[in-house]
Ligand binder design. Structure first.
Ligand code: GLN
Ligand code: ZN
Length: 774
């Protein structure tokens, strides 16, 4: 028996976001390509060194990327759409960054909240970007079409392998597998199945493997996370063909990596492939271990993904040693590894100097996870006594977390236990509520509003930064924000919006703002995780039972409402979105954590109502992205997600109007759940889809009111009045006009006032024009 430690991928942004800074400087023309490449090279060297110093035996290469590994794969395969080809050599940065960002540069420094990114009207548009499986990482969607040809550009995988070798590391290169790449690809030709391109793509992979072998690679890691999805028979057959072929090629041994879930009904398929190794995610799907021990061929190297690559908690080493013992006994060779690439983990806990030491003792970031693996490897190979001290410290941390008052707030637990179906039901049916709300609000038909935030200008950011640094005191910051809010209210009145917002100037981010005011959350200094390209996010750590010590938004709302007669919306982030964009505790089901957040938000909703708010909006931007990867899990998820939303809103009187907002453009398959949320008004993103997704609401006979976005805020383009009026006419054809609201697609915080002002003036004019029509 032998136990080898392995890693599947390391974060590339650098512990101090060195890559982000170099990229943005390069895009701004402040540094040359050589300097960017030098930063990249030194980050890679440091990463290899760190992994080797942590005691990891199998270290990846080609896991680095200047922007995105899926984009790298597209370039490697020569799948570069025509529009970009004219811009330079296929392996040039001009082409690469044009595919990533379009050919006119965007503002690279704006805050973002996971769903809204500016794609600022470029000459050659950027490739589409979307979320990588169920993570908050975004990849560039490959584009393919009929007759697509491929040709290998192996510069990157080979170059990085050789670079590592020169530094003394014989790495295992990582490449994204052909089937997952094709399944992620889209085609502009209706009915075209990207998978039909396999025969064209396979020779390119074969050629690549040959080159890697010739360069000295003994193993290659081929990632096929698609194996954890629901697959049809054609796709399964494709796996047999592809891996039958590649395993027979004169290449390195293949470690086929699956992650983000269990293989389930693809289990037999995966085990039947003639590859040399198979990586299983045992964090998301622990039962796979027993099944693999029974079924796997003797000579298959099992890579056991036992340390959570998606979360920040220390592993329970003692328990893992117990679990792994039978595998060590039964198999000739096993590898132990993180569940998936560490791309999704923050890099190094050592940088967190401000966190509560108690909490620090419970955490493990990327580097610490590798150290855990090294310890496990030692313990398994040489016996527990070799790591006795580390084991006992680890056991202490695990016990302390389990028993800590921070993770067990009795009052919160008792309250959550008391939730019944009744507590999540509003007073009165939609029809009854709607009548009372109409009477109370007295709004015109096609009421106009915005989604919540107004531009976060340089002045707003600077004031926030000064306040954080202490150069602007509380009173000064407060006064500044009040003025900004007042200006926003006056201006909204002036242009004639019907339902106003306070503008969210006091909020850095729609999740962080609430997390900082709820108990149970911690915020890090440097726990950055790549979101896309140079964008990084620092998700809060939800470590304990959640409660709301005091009102979080009521004063801001009161200030704003005090300035105007028109209704100002109370503005909150919903529980599912807060859950989804945080690192959450792994010691209880996500559903339980979500309910706790819901109760805290419910308190805020009730307080806003008591303060006089007639309309309260609870944003659930991330509801859809929380859907499990497999259909079988959807029902359960939607049940608790919808219940959590309802819990937040069900404490108010029928005449209080509850809004929600969701910014994505795919509703067909979850429309019933959206109906079940029972909001009075929902605003959604539709401008880019030209109102097409309203069809889902029409077909479903969605009973409540809807604000289909008429203004695409992702672009600086100012939509003319007539264009928005047309969209409203189109919407009126699908939905009863009495149900319609008029609003932009999403919040306006990433925009400039110079774009926002004329756009909203046009939007109000469009609504007036429509009202005047017979
Ligand atoms: N109220 C938030 C805003 O306007 C909503 C943002 C979002 O859904 N992403 O910024
Ligand atoms: Zn939005």
């Amino acid at each position: 028996m032998s136990v080898t430690t392995a890693n599947l991928g390391f974060p590339r942004i650098g512990p101090r976001r060195e890559l982000k800074k170099a990229l943005e400087a390069f895009w701004a023309g402040q540094i040359e390509e050589d300097a960017l490449r030098e930063t990249a090279r030194s980050l890679r060297a440091a990463n290899w060194e760190r992994q080797s110093a942590a005691g990891i035996a199998v270290i990846p290469s080609n896991d680095f990327s200047l922007y995105d590994q899926v984009l790298d794969t597209s370039v490697m395969l020569g799948a570069i759409p025509e529009v970009y080809r004219a811009l330079g050599a296929p392996n040039s940065l001009d082409v690469y960054f044009a595919m990533a960002r379009g050919t006119r540069s965007e503002n690279g420094s704006a805050d973002t909240d996971g769903c809204c990114h500016a794609n600022d009207g470029a000459d050659a548009p950027a490739q589409e970007m979307t979320k990588w499986f169920d993570t908050n990482y975004h990849y560039m969607v490959p584009e393919v079409g009929p007759g697509q040809t491929f040709s290998l550009c192996a510069d990157k995988p080979l170059g990085e392998f050789e670079e590592a070798l020169a530094l003394g590391h014989r790495t295992r290169p990582v490449v994204l597998g052909p089937i997952t790449w094709l399944l992620l690809a889209k085609s502009h030709t209706p009915g075209f199945a990207p998978l039909s391109l396999l025969p064209a793509i396979l020779p390119v992979y074969r050629e690549l493997l040959g080159k890697l072998r010739a360069a000295g690679a003994g193993w290659v890691q081929i990632d096929e996370p698609a194996l954890v999805l629901d697959l049809d028979d054609t796709t399964r057959e494709a796996f047999r063909v592809v891996y039958g072929d590649l395993a027979g090629a004169a290449g390195p041994q293949i470690m086929l990596a699956t992650y983000f879930g269990g293989l389930e009904d693809n289990f037999d398929l995966a085990l039947s492939l003639p590859v040399a190794g198979l990586h299983l995610d045992l964090v998301r799907a622990p039962d796979q271990l027993e099944r693999a021990l029974v079924q796997a061929r003797d000579d298959l190297v099992l890579s056991l993904g036992i340390v959570d690559g998606r979360n920040v908690w220390k592993a329970d080493l003692g328990t893992l040693l117990d679990r792994l013992a039978p595998a060590v006994k039964a198999r000739r060779e096993i590898q132990i590894a993180p569940s998936c690439s560490l791309l999704h983990s923050p890099i190094d806990l050592a940088l967190e100097t401000d966190l509560d030491p108690q909490l620090v003792d419970w955490l493990a970031f990327g580097v610490q996870k590798l150290e855990e693996l090294a310890l496990l490897g030692l313990g398994l190979e040489r016996g527990r006594y070799v790591i006795a001290d580390e084991l006992s410290a680890n056991a202490d941390a695990i016990t302390s977390r389990r028993g800590s008052p921070l993770t067990n707030d009795r009052a919160v637990r008792a309250r959550a236990a008391g939730i019944t179906a009744e507590s999540a039901r509003r007073d009165g049916h939609f029809a009854q509520r709607s009548e009372r709300q109409r009477e109370r609000l007295g709004l015109p038909p096609f009421p106009t509003t915005t989604i919540g935030s107004f531009p976060q200008t340089d002045a707003v950011r600077k004031a926030r930064a000064d306040h954080r640094k202490g150069t602007l005191d509380d009173a000064g910051y407060d006064a500044f924000l009040r003025e900004e809010t007042e200006r926003a209210i006056r201006w909204q009145e002036e242009i004639g919006l019907d339902v106003l917002v306070h503008g969210e100037f006091e909020r850095n981010d729609m999740v962080q703002y609430f997390g900082e005011r709820l108990s149970g959350f911690a915020f890090t200094r440097a726990a950055w995780v790549q979101s896309y390209g140079s964008r990084c996010v620092r998700p809060p750590i939800l470590y304990g039972d959640v409660s709301r010590p005091r009102p979080m938004t009521v004063d801001w709302w009161r200030h704003a409402q005090g300035l105007t007669e028109r209704p100002v919306k109370g503005m909150l982030t919903g529980p599912v979105t807060i859950l989804q964009w945080s690192f959450v505790r792994d010691d209880q089901p996500r559903a339980d954590t979500c309910r706790q957040i819901a109760l805290a938000i419910r308190d805020e909703v009730n307080d806003l109502e008591a303060a006089g708010a007639r309309i309260i909006q609870i944003d659930e931007a991330a509801l859809r992205e929380g859907l499990p990867l497999r259909r079988a899990g959807w029902g359960e998820y939607l049940d608790w997600a919808v219940e959590s939303f309802r819990l937040t809103a069900s404490g108010v009187a029928p005449e209080t109007q509850i809004h929600t907002h969701m910014c994505y453009s795919e509703f067909n398959d979850i429309i019933a759940a959206i109906g079940a949320m029972d909001a009075d008004v929902i605003s959604i993103e539709t401008a880019r889809s030209k109102m097409e997704l309203l069809d889902a609401f029409a077909t479903y006979r969605y009973p409540a009111e809807i604000g289909p976005g008429v203004y695409d805020i992702h672009s600086p383009r100012i939509p003319p009045e007539e264009e928005m009026a047309d969209l409203l006419r189109k919407a009126s054809a699908a939905i009863d006009p009495g149900q319609l609201w008029v609003n932009p697609d999403c919040g306006l915080k990433t925009r400039k006032w110079d774009d926002v002002r004329p756009a909203l003036v046009n939007m109000v004019a469009a609504a007036r024009a429509i009202r005047a029509e017979p």
